[in-house]
Design a protein around this ligand. Sequence first.
Ligand code: CP
Length: 358
Amino acid sequence: MRHLTDPTDLTRKETDDIVALALDIIANRQKYSEVCKGKKLATLFYEPSTRTRLSFTSAMMELGGNVLGFSDANSSSVSKGETVEDTVRVVGNFVDIIAMRHHIEGAPLDASLVSLVPIINAGDGAHAHPTQTLTDLLTITRELGHLDNLTIGFCGDLLYGRTVHSLIKAMSRYEGTKFVLIAPDELRLPDYIKHDVCEKNGIEYREVSSLEDVIGELDILYMTRVQQERFADKAEYERVKDCYILDTEKMALAKEKMAVLHPLPRVNEIAKAVDADPRAAYFRQVGNGKFVRMALMYTLLKWAEEGAAPLENHKAVEVEGLTCPNRKCICNNENVEPKFHITDSGVYRCLYCDTKVK
Ligand code: CP
């Protein structure tokens, strides 16, 4: 069974095919209006969402299918203590595909290990958000016409920003990609992504703290919200929350063809005046989310019917006595056996949340 819990659950070619399918759906909406007739999607959202949940819902409706689910886990038997594994085992009897958002990292991967139907990670804690990545790839394609040879500046909360982590993984597979990581010291990109993704793939990157100094070299500026809900120390959040504000003065320093992306919601990090700039692509980006989720669900349901085998990118190694140090990981929150994978550089990481354990 094929699932999407991480961008690497799709090969580069499969990713490109889904983006191409989304473009065909945009050009030929009627052709796809019944391709999922009789199919049902469950949206299991344990954490708030506007764009992701509603775009999944709208996407399945546009494919001719139906949708059920919850947007507040407290209204389900989760409030009685039902685990993620038991919940998806149950829900898999009622639907053909599940989109899950969870504040616990690794919950969608745990779900995929027991599920009867394809699981799509709709965002797990600070870890990953692969359908936002597909949205971002489609947006870059539509805005700039290509995914190769781009310099992408990620700005803001690179520590907790799951959309950043997933897009870096995906963009590292394209020729000529360069990253400029713009963040205060407290919100730098996690080491595992710098080492296991950027360095492993030979991607040029540098860490800076000034947006003004680098904006002129960027093809894409990917702004992010400082993720208040992930901070244990609220005083720390208050200190960094307005670390970057994109305004018209900074936009004046950017290339004429630069595109500004943001997964949204925004708080203060982009001034409203920037919305009128043709380079502000973030509201067009939201619309792309529906089309790429249509392409993804259509593809995963087709693969399920064909009995397609998964990639071998979540292979656990036999190792005793290790524990995951991430208190937000599924294996520290539910009765889930810890599992680990080992990187090319010999580092043990949690299979569910990628946290370094040894
Ligand atoms: N981009 C995104 O994930 O938005 P929501 O949290 O509203 O789903």
